[in-house]
Each structure stands twice: as structure tokens, then as C-alpha cells.
Design a protein around this ligand. Sequence first.
Ligand code: SF4
Length: 370
Amino acid sequence: QCRVFCPTGAISIRTNMDEVWDAINDPDTRVIAQVAPAVRVAVGDAFGLTKGHSVMGKLVAVLHRMGFDEVYDTTFAADLTIMEESKEFLNRVEKNEKLPLLTSCCPAWVKFVCDQYPEFKDNLSTCRSPQGMFSAVIKEYYKNPERSQNKKTFVVSIMPCTAKKMEILRSNNFTHGEQDTDIVLTTTEIIRMINNSGIDFASQETEACDMPFGFGSGAGAIFGVTGGVTEAMLRRLADDHNKATMDAIAEAGARGDEGIKEFTVNYKGTDLNVCVASGLANAQTVMEDVKSGRKHYHIIEIMACRRGCIMGGGQPPRAGDRTKSARRDGLYQADHVTSIRKADENPLILALYDTLLKDKTHELLHVDKY
Ligand code: SF4
């Protein structure tokens, strides 16, 4: 088996590229890709394109050329996460229980809480990560024999993250005892596969994602940068979507490269204390403050990688300050050019709740325990 090495040198990770080629070459298998937000701003410069610019449209085109039957955007599932996590958060605030709510979309952070602060396990959101939610929804969709046409469904998620390879193997993320995501490819692995395919990435015309899960809001796109989950949730809680409201939320305090950010927002008369941190050393500082009673928050967003998934362990290494800023700005730009900025205004999400997710939100979108 090939091995790829983590940039810190601390661990080696098994690669799964051969398994993906085997699935693509099997006529009885439908191979479906989902692409995380941070990937699109880290791929282009490997093919001579402008650093940090989103190349999602070209990536979709290349994945189709490589043989993926369907290509989806994980921002769609980030919208689902926001819908579920906002509901869970408001419920906890109303009951004044299990606060602060700890976000759960970063598997390295979830593991850190379970190992280092097990007394806070119940504070973790029960929401699966966007990757987990999306794969569960796709597998459920193709359980219908008319849709599957007797083909096996094989889900490949393309992630900026090596920890996501572990997340898919944790049984509390399974649906009905079965693994939902079949393989995780990191950004560096997909770049290698594109190179091996001989396809000229830079010259591809852009293509849109497939239906029925082919659109995510701008709020889903900013999940890839620290503070993005919080900003997306604040948008969800806002009553309107005009520019002034979106600008005010952007300036509330979630944005910026600092390792720990704190601010207070008022929601219908209640002051909510928010903490956003990235990097596990900063996470430890935050948790020690909470444990000792020095700090009181209602919600804490943590990403294990400094600056969030744009700097994940599966992204092309040796990213200097210019690259870090370009990836961050690329995601904010992707949000900026999306007309739907709130998860709850994504029509595909609303339709999903009325159909496939009816009576199945907990089963497909949440974990029972950590
Ligand atoms: Fe993975 Fe890092 Fe993102 Fe966490 S912050 S999900 S470890 S890339």
C-alpha cells in the first residue's frame, strides 16, 4: 500500500487512491464524490492557477472526466449541519442545559474532547460532520432500487483533512451499522490522481455539481475557515438576509486569524457568549478556562488546525502566509458570489426535509453518543 506522510512527520496515513480507481473501473458501481469547501481554494495553484482562487467548477469537470458518476459539494451538507446545530443550540439555551455547546464538525477536536475532557462529552453537538451527514443522505437516497438500478453506491469524500479518514471508521458515525463514506481522499491525493489521469486541469471548462444535492449556500462555503461555522449559524438565527444584516454578522467577531476570539451577540433579548478558537493548544486554553469557571460561554467553535480546514493536514504542505491568506480570502469570495447566503434559504435543503429526511433527521444526521 502507498503511504503519504503528514506534514508534521508525526504519523503516516494509508492512501486509498487504488481503491478509488478500482471502484471507478467497476461498471456495477456508482462512484459519487463530495468535495469539501477548503479543497477548492488549495488545488488551483498545483496546476499553475492563481493561488487561493476557488476552482470548484474545474474540479467538478475533471472529476467527471476521471469517471466519477456524480459530483457534489459538501457545502450542501454544511447547510444541513447548520440547520441541525442551530436547532440543537436554541433548544439547549432554552432549557439552559449542556452549555456551552461544543461544535462537532472537526473529528480531531471531537477526539481531543473525548480523550482529554471526557466530562464535556455531553456538551459536544450530536450533529455528525458535514461529510458524515452527506454520505448518510446519499446512501439513503440510493437505497431505493429504482434509483440504484442494481448498482453499488460508493461514496468518496475529498477532504483537506487526514483525521477525516479516521472519522468514517468510527461506528457512532455509521447508519444501521454500516459505514456511510467508503473512502476519504485528501487534497494532495486528488492532485496526484489528477496528475496520474493525464487530464489538463487548467484548460477545463467549469461544470456545475449534479442534482439533487448540487447546491450549497455561501454559509456552507465558509465552513473551511475558522469562525465560519459560527458565522453560518448566526446567519441562520437572523430573521432577514439583507446586506446590512450579513455585514453586521461578518463583523461580529468570528472572522480573523487570531487563535482565540470571544464576543457577545444578542439573540431575542438574550446575550450569547461566543468563543471561536483554532489549533489544539488554543483549544486547551479555552477548555481549561471553562473547566475552572473563569470563562462562561454559550457556544464554542473549535477547529483543530490553526485557521481552520484551509490549513488541514491533507492540504498541499509548505503554505506560507501569502497562501494562508489567499485560501481564506478565496472562501470568503466564494461566499460573496453566492446569491443564497443562509442555510435555511437553500431550496434543496428545504425540499430534503420534506422528503428523504422526513422522520429520519436523527437517524441520518446525528450520533447517539460519543
Ligand atoms: Fe480536519 Fe483540521 Fe478541518 Fe479539523 S480543522 S476538520 S482536523 S482539516
